[in-house]
Design a protein around this ligand. Structure first.
Ligand SMILES: [Cu+2]
Length: 160
């Protein structure tokens, strides 16, 4: 009989844990296929990528993000500057109505996981909270996978 309370407790904890979805539809906002590229112990920072789609009439403005996987999360834009790849932090990323902002390795916007708590290994999953102006927070589950796999999955994963 002593096992029953602990079993019930375990079930209660399971139920209390929010189930994080990989693809999120929240009102007219859709977050698709969040993934992060693997980061070995020698790499201090990681990068996460996802697609943000807005189907309604008002833009979605990403103003921040956070995750237990790193000390902080910054919105970055990467571009070529006189032949050199440069990353710069941006305070907000606006997604216009009726459009999709795609993030992919190799350039453009990404979410920088500043000071990783642990290496990111292929197959790992971790929660990420996106903060949108006016719309509040959206929680997603990020999958760690190689850039090629992630991009392919992102492209092919959501064809209607
Ligand atoms: Cu960056």
């Amino acid at each position: 009989m002593r096992r029953i309370p602990s079993l019930l407790l375990a079930v209660g904890l399971l139920l209390a844990t929010p189930v994080l979805a990989h693809d999120i539809q929240q009102d007219d906002l859709r977050i698709a296929h969040p993934f992060a590229t693997p980061a070995p112990p020698s790499v201090p920072h990681g990068a996460a990528y996802l697609d943000i789609s807005v189907t309604g009439d008002t833009p979605a403005v990403l103003v921040g993000a956070s995750s237990p996987a790193s000390e902080s999360v910054e919105i970055h834009d990467m571009s070529m500057d006189e032949g050199v790849m440069r990353m710069r932090r941006v305070e907000r990323l606006e997604v216009a109505p009726g459009t999709t902002q795609r993030m992919r390795p190799g350039g453009g916007y990404h979410l920088m996981l500043m000071n990783l708590v642990a290496p990111l290994n292929d197959g790992d999953r971790f929660p990420l909270t996106l903060e949108f102006a006016e719309r509040g927070e959206v929680q997603v589950e990020v999958w760690v996978q190689s850039a090629e796999d992630g991009s392919e999955a992102a492209e092919g994963h959501h064809t209607p």
